[in-house]
Ligand binder design. Structure first.
Ligand SMILES: C[S@@+](CC[C@H](N)C(=O)[O-])C[C@H]1O[C@@H](n2cnc3c(N)ncnc32)[C@H](O)[C@@H]1O
Length: 210
């Protein structure tokens, strides 16, 4: 079915609401986790599906952040935040499935709350592997299907949720997809939100070396 929430300008309503909708979660959980995940990264960093730029204030040491975002409505907000970043940021219109970098030229690739949405997460991870230098780092903070009754409800709700939330899926097993792409986690932490953010409640945060 066609995605009626999007036109050539992108997901305008989702983009307009995103920062307001996520503000409580940012204050309570996501903000500190973003800071811990990306704050110490150095060198050339690629932030895939950078959205409205929620990670940007947390980069402190990177030489350069390449913020990749395909949705024009999200990208407008992302671009508006670049001036406030403490590190140089370049915004590029591209998909995660075709990353705009040569092989082995990136030190870190960051996915936060994005592998739930990219149409082909396996391809996006293959691209991350391609652009990362040997020894480079993959970093991810993602929500997942979870287990038991919560997983059952997320599966049922997924078709509706996907249309309301700009392509986001509730039913992905992203950790398995990351491992299948050849990334063995060096660190991984599973956590739950309490209270849950609507149907989102089970997340993980990981780092893995290329
Ligand atoms: C839920 S938002 C997360 C934004 C941001 N990473 C964050 O942590 O707040 C998901 C983002 O993925 C982007 N996206 C959708 N399809 C994508 C694709 N194929 N490649 C890269 N990003 C994509 C969306 O436009 C949106 O900005």
């Amino acid at each position: 079915m066609a995605d009626r929430t999007q036109d050539r300008h992108g997901h305008r309503i989702f983009a307009a609401l995103y920062d307001r909708m996520t503000a409580p979660a940012e204050r309570a959980i996501l903000g500190p986790r973003r800071a811990a995940l990306v704050g110490e990264l150095t060198g050339r960093v690629m932030d895939v599906g950078a959205g409205t730029g929620a990670n940007l204030p947390h980069y402190r040491r990177a030489d350069e952040v390449i913020a990749v975002e395909p949705d024009p409505a999200m990208r407008r907000r992302l671009t508006a935040r670049v001036a406030d970043a403490r590190v140089p940021v370049t915004v590029i219109a591209a998909d995660g499935e075709t990353l705009p970098a040569e092989d082995g030229t990136v030190d870190s690739v960051v996915f936060t709350l994005v592998l739930c949405t990219v149409p082909d997460p396996a391809q996006a991870l293959a691209e991350a592997r391609r652009v990362l230098r040997p020894g480079g780092t993959l970093l991810a903070l993602e929500h997942v299907l979870g287990h038991g009754r919560a997983a059952l409800w997320r599966r049922r709700l997924d078709p509706l949720w996907t249309r309301a939330a700009a392509g986001c899926h509730l039913d992905r097993d992203t950790e398995t997809t990351i491992r299948a792409a050849g990334f063995a986690p060096a660190t991984i932490e599973h956590f739950s939100t309490s209270p849950a953010w609507g149907p989102i409640g089970d997340l993980f945060q990981l780092t893995a070396e290329r």
